[in-house]
Design a protein around this ligand. Sequence first.
Ligand code: FES
Length: 107
Amino acid sequence: MEEEISIKVIDREENTHLLKIPTDMGFNLMEALKANELPVEGICGGIALCASCQCYINSEHNLKKKTEEEQAMLAEALNVKENSRLACQIRISSELEGLEIKIAPDD
Ligand code: FES
């Protein structure tokens, strides 16, 4: 099995980054973005309580459903769109190969 996936990330300045992320380290997407020095704060440490890791999912991947905690946080967050997700709630796995996301504004 592939131990690395490629994902495409558009940052807040519309720059595109192609990341390779290991699937065998138990990362979530927020951690993977931070590890690649993308400007995602992750203030709450990944427990769906800050929305600073909000991203828009631009590809058609079948992601796991939002938990109640994630839904509740997104109901309060700013700049939320239909394809918004909290990156910290998305676990990196081989199913995410080719994922395309955009980092949400931070204001
Ligand atoms: S890091 Fe706080 S909600 Fe994701």
